[in-house]
Design a protein around this ligand. Sequence first.
Ligand code: DGJ
Length: 746
Amino acid sequence: MSIRYNAENGVISLETRGTLYQMQADDYGMLLHIYYGRKLAGEDAVRLLRYTDRGFSGNPYTRTNGRGYSADTLPQEYGGCNTGDYRVSAVSLVLADGSRGAELLFEDYEILEGKYTIPGMPYVRAGASRPQTLRVRLRDRVSGLAADLYYGVFEEEDVITRTVCLINEGTEPITLEKAASMSIDFPFAPEGGFEVMHFHGRHCMERIPERLPLGRGVVSFGSMRGMSSHHNNPFAILCAPVTTEDAGECYGFMLAYSGNHKEEFEVDQAGSTRVTAGIAQENFSWRLAPGECFFAPEAILSFSAEGFNGLSHCFHRILRRNVIPERFAGLKRPVLVNSWEAMYMDFNADKLLKLAADAKALDMDMLVLDDGWFGKRDRDDSGLGDWYVNEKKLGCTMKQLAEKVNALGMKFGLWVEPEMISEDSDLYRAHPDWAVCDPGRKPVLSRNQLVLDMSREDVQEYLFEALGRILRDAPISYLKWDFNRAVANVYSNALPKDRQGEFSHRFVLGTYALLERLAESFPEVMIEGCAGGGGRFDAGMLYYCPQIWCSDDTDPVERLEIQRGTSYGYPACSMGAHVSASPNHQTGRQTPFGLRGMTAMAGTFGYELDPGKLSDAEKEQVREQIADFRRYDRLLREGRYYRLGNHPELSDHQAWMVAAEDGSEALLTAVITHVRANGPFIRICLKGLDASAVYRVAAYRISGVTFEKTAVGETYGGAALMYAGISLPLLYGDYPSVQIYFKKER
Ligand code: DGJ
């Protein structure tokens, strides 16, 4: 049983393989957060609760529990608002009489087998796991607002999911102004105080970890861009100052949501830390008529006592097995060639077929036709919304093109950007009111385009029909679903004026509804998410799209940072990564072909260049890379990914590895980011191997120059590889790299 209720003291315990999460419904009805961390051998942690009279922290009116009893000082599981807890609240609302209070007190609970679901939104699926669900009902007795707190307990996976359903069981409407997905209080901090790691960035440099000590007050991260954003990913880690990649305690909080979000970290007067995450409060309101309910997006929580790598493994595993659509979870991903950096919008069917034939000759699996094939679209200032094929430009129909690509033995994929509209488009001329813009203003332009109002059902219907027509008409195996600007001027012509605060969330729900319908109608089509690179790289999109284009920056040296940052929360098999041309189109940097291949293999692997322009030697490398990728495919998709060594800013190299869960094989990659004359030797300690086994070096690739012999066939003990490590050969040239494949021999 992973969920237990202790009738004697009201403690509810959620247990996973390595963690315990406890709350207590006390006599007054407060639902107190007791503990989250390592298991306690069957005990509870209620004795940690302390009561004291802190001045200016008031008490519930009945005062039955004395002056030491205060919503402001006790650790809350999901506190109310305007009822004496002055910390960051989980909810905020306005009642029909204008008052703004809710005291959410325990009413009942139930334990259910299986996993709850969330209507219209992504969630961690039960899949092949055996989760249990806890539902705790809190209620504000004055307004009749009920809050059903849901917890999904994934025992084997060491994951707890949370969501909240707010239900108006009163007789008057209630306007929600905040409805967090989760809130949790940690009354005690580790020695030195908590630190938070968040993942910030910008276009072409997403998910860069930044680790900050938490001082008194509130620190928050989030996005108001109508998308989870390049700028702040909806994932954060709370840890101790001593936590490293491989040791120490840390908590991860991830939202399965793709819109505006906020993660708040507050250290209060007594040093207690509150973490709250959910839809951003700014510009949000939601009107709940009597009988209506509102579900917050799901939050995914995990705890590791084995450092950040341990935490990453929990998130990787749950995303791979329980979030990504089941039909793609165990599927080999196609090695694709994408037309974007190969020819941008300058193509026709002949050029594309040549690209496909050249790619096929090098053993690639799929051609993806990127932006520029529809409406009037030779530049980025027109055509979006006109999802009909520009046969004049192509020189044939899409069906003909796709069939010819198929005849070459290649699959065919297509780029779309459904949620956008160009002013210069037939769609805009017919439906200017479908573009997002608030009345009387000129809209903010970004990449010369406007945003379609996805909150409208007629817009969703139009897109479903338009995309369905294309998918039915031609043999298309894959869609790249792009989103190339942030939302501004939020307003919907289809919503009444007192419901405009619902727009941003309804927009996201509209996108999810469209993705869901397409998945139902075209289950075999794989959708790769994209938002100007990785601007919507989140568990919400992964629920529909098994992989997401990680960044528009395809420079392998930059990618080292981007992919490393992304790996804290997200598995390698979700990161779209391609070998691109050198000099790189974003940075102008020249890099070796080998490095580009090894870096792309830390993701889904593909090519973003014209293979016809490669030299014979490079073509040979492509063949080798693809053969390597196919050989390692399963290991890369299902193995445990480890970040090795120092944070890249502190060292001249970067290394990572993937080890099979059973320790039977492992692939190590190391890149020298700064070659130094007469530099120090580099030693790398491997992880995740079987200490008592013997491993053979089954493949050893070097990109760069070395005067040493590579060591294929050498054997090492697992313990020696992990504790003594291996020392890399001295490497010269620009960004040399090595990839070593170990196979367990006995
Ligand atoms: C942004 C994407 O990230 C690129 O890969 C490419 O598809 C362009 N959009 C096309 O407009």
